[in-house]
Design a protein around this ligand. Structure first.
Ligand SMILES: Nc1ncnc2c1ncn2[C@@H]1O[C@H](COP(=O)(O)OP(=O)(O)O)[C@@H](O)[C@H]1O
Ligand SMILES: Cc1ncc(COP(=O)(O)O)c(N)n1
Length: 270
């Protein structure tokens, strides 16, 4: 029988297609995994920001989880936006009984600056969800919240990665340096060693959905059984290509895009 890697995202939506569930499913598809999704909140947003949010009930999120897990294999999963503590409790309860790699993108604030989760959810994420992770992927503001430290240098990033694993009990921590100056450098600490992933910084404002795309690519790679370091290495290449071919559409921060990096001829011949 053929093995089909199956990946699940538990997150909020983006009707403009750049971030959240939509970015995750596109990434899963690009990376040839079978993609599934459990929606936590329906978010009215676009490249300029968040216009409104409609939270689904906890009972309905639990029902979606049951619909997936009672019927489908899940080899790896990720969480993105989970807006409040009650939703997080429901997700945590399910994760406790699931045997799949777990990638947490600790989404707190959109690129536009709009807050996506409340204060209690931030605390719950740090204390209760982190220890369940295979890997957590905070950007710099998220790292500052999780560690309670100011992160200004690459040394601070490495120390933060070790702190999140050794003291807060995440499985591994990937600190993303997208918000620093210079090279786009990220550090992974897996409990044994630090790995560095560095790419040239691309001069663009179109970074809506980069964090979602990156964590979804890591999830897809883990669902295929790749070791963690290799899953991150390939995902970093993927997200860099997606930023390089990001779209100048919408009047705010445009979305990343992967297939546009191919020529028109290549696209026609597929
Ligand atoms: N302008 C850029 N050029 C190249 N890589 C970037 C750029 N901005 C962000 N990245 C990379 O994109 C990934 C997402 O990072 P980041 O922007 O920090 O996350 P988030 O979207 O969660 O805020 C990281 O690998 C980061 O290094
Ligand atoms: C539903 C949802 N989840 C996450 C993000 C953050 O996306 P990013 O920080 O990568 O722009 C977002 N804007 N919307």
């Amino acid at each position: 029988m053929t093995y089909v890697p199956c990946a699940l995202t538990i997150a909020g939506t983006d009707p403009s297609g750049g971030a959240g569930i939509q970015a995750d499913l596109k990434t899963f598809q690009e990376l040839k995994t079978y993609g599934m999704s459990v929606i936590t909140s329906v978010v009215a947003q676009n490249t300029t920001g968040v216009q409104d949010i409609n939270h689904l009930s906890v009972a309905f999120i639990e029902q979606q989880l049951e619909s997936v897990f009672s019927d489908m294999p899940v080899h790896a999963l990720k969480t993105g936006m989970i807006a409040n503590e009650a939703m997080m409790r429901a997700v945590a309860a399910r994760l406790a009984s699931v045997d799949a790699a777990y990638v947490m993108d600790p989404v707190m604030v959109a690129t536009s600056g709009d807050s996506l989760i409340d204060e209690e959810a931030r605390q719950f994420l740090k204390k209760e969800l982190l220890p369940l992770t295979t890997i957590v992927t905070p950007n710099l503001p998220e790292t500052e919240f999780i560690t309670g430290r100011k992160i200004e240098t690459t040394e601070d990033m490495k120390d933060a990665a070790a702190f999140i694993v050794d003291e807060l009990h995440a499985g591994a921590a990937l600190i993303k340096g997208g918000h620093l100056q210079g090279e786009a450098v990220d550090f992974l600490y897996d409990g044994h060693q630090i790995h560095m992933y560095s790419e040239e910084r691309i001069p663009t404002k179109n970074t809506h959905g980069t964090g979602c795309t990156y964590s979804a690519a890591i999830t897809a790679n883990l669902s295929k059984g790749l070791p963690l370091h290799e899953a991150v290495r390939q995902a970093k290449r993927f997200v860099t290509a997606a930023i390089r071919s990001s779209f100048d559409i919408g009047s705010g921060n445009g979305p990343t895009n992967h297939w546009a990096s191919r020529t028109k001829e290549e696209q026609r011949s597929e």
